[in-house]
Design a protein around this ligand. Structure first.
Ligand code: KG4
Ligand code: ZN
Length: 351
């Protein structure tokens, strides 16, 4: 089976070809055209500009992905596009293009949930069977989920305010490290001392699996106001302290989720991380240590497949196509599209 995947939900214009032919799945091409430089002067993604950039570049990116894979449209088995959650302008560009191709080539169309694509990426890169526990950490989302099967997710907790990636992006902006903040903080932190500034770990030690990062942002702002202009040593130490605080908070909440998961799904073998923040090396080390202590295998995709890409969309499309889950050409993009429509099951799942 060969699937064309298209990703336009935020600020990456991406297309990929994934083939699942014995001995296993293979990424035949995976093109990502990032818009970082366009949005950098604004310190964040400007939705209107993002939609226009997708419109300009998507056809070239798709043509490039087909050419690099040496595949024609006649050879594919389906077209998958991210249909939400995300910025509506980009979602319209991606899904409309995918539907047009599917209609012209007479292939099935699959409307993929971007979060489900992050959740399933690990099954493209590694052999991971359901159920598994997932920490999904990106620019817009921060959730702990029990993954029971394709389309079957139980949310154990989510953020009460900012997502982890947002916390990286906003504190990086405050420190003056630029955008996107996660990689900028990680680079600066490599030279810094994480013990120099003590920053809060919201909700640490409390029961449950929810997250909160707004206190961290406030603490960083106050620290900067109190100290005045930061020199490069201050910036590095503050970046290291922020990275440490975010990783520590994520690990604390994940430990609670592991306890719940092990008692409710003793057959589950893996702790998985996904989403852009899962590219962070310190977070990967913290989660690996947690999993080892709990007797779970820690699995995380390579960093380039943690951040937004279209191989994950193609793969999620393939997982759905295999189950006969096809969408009609009038399927609407969904700016909001939770993986667990019932919402976080906080109280019930605490025990
Ligand atoms: O999954 P993603 O590419 O896009 C969304 O779906 O949001 O995640 C982007 C987020 C951004 O907030 C970015 O700062 C963060 O992931 N990120 C990182 C790293 N690389 C990307 N955060 C920490 N460390 C990194 N190395
Ligand atoms: Zn994402």
């Amino acid at each position: 089976m060969i699937v064309l995947g298209i990703e336009t939900s935020c600020d990456e214009t991406a297309a990929a070809i994934v083939a699942d032919i014995p001995p296993g799945p293979k990424i035949r091409s995976n093109l990502v055209r990032t818009q970082f430089a366009t949005h950098a002067p604004f310190g964040g993604v400007v939705p209107e500009i993002a939609a226009r950039e997708h419109l300009y570049h998507l056809d070239v990116v798709i043509t490039g992905a087909l050419a690099e894979a040496g595949i024609t449209l006649a050879q594919i088995d389906g077209v998958a596009a991210a249909a939400g959650p995300g910025l509506i302008g980009g979602l319209i560009v991606g899904t409309t293009t995918a539907k047009g191709i599917a209609w012209a080539a007479n292939k099935p169309f699959v409307a993929v949930n971007h979060l489900e694509a992050h959740a399933l990426t690990v099954r493209l890169t590694d052999e991971v069977s359901f159920p598994y526990l997932l920490l999904l950490v990106s620019g817009g989302h921060c959730q702990l989920l029990s993954c029971m099967g394709v389309g079957r997710y139980v949310c154990l907790g989510t953020t009460l305010d900012d997502a982890a990636g947002e916390a990286f992006d906003k504190t990086a902006k405050q420190i003056g490290l630029g955008y996107p903040g996660g990689p900028a903080i990680e680079r600066a932190a490599a030279e810094g001392d994480s013990r120099r500034f003590h920053l809060p770990r919201p909700l640490k030690g409390r029961p449950g699996c929810d997250f909160s990062f707004s206190g961290l942002k406030t603490a960083v702002r106050q620290l900067i106001v109190d100290r005045g202009p930061l020199d490069s040593r201050d910036k590095a130490d503050l970046a290291a302290s922020v990275e440490h605080a975010i990783c520590d908070a994520l690990a604390d909440r994940t430990a609670n989720a592991i306890a719940w998961f092990r008692s409710h799904h003793p057959e589950g073998e893996s702790l998985v991380a996904a989403g852009g923040v899962a590219a962070n090396a310190q977070l990967r080390r913290c989660l690996a240590a947690l999993a080892e202590r709990a007797g779970l295998r820690f699995v995380v995709p390579p960093p380039a497949l943690c951040t937004d890409n279209a191989a994950m969309i193609a793969w999620a499309g393939m997982e759905r196509l295999r189950l006969g889950l096809v969408d009609s050409l009038d399927a609407a993009p969904r700016p909001r599209w939770p993986l667990d429509a019932t919402g976080p099951q906080r109280l019930k799942r605490r025990g």
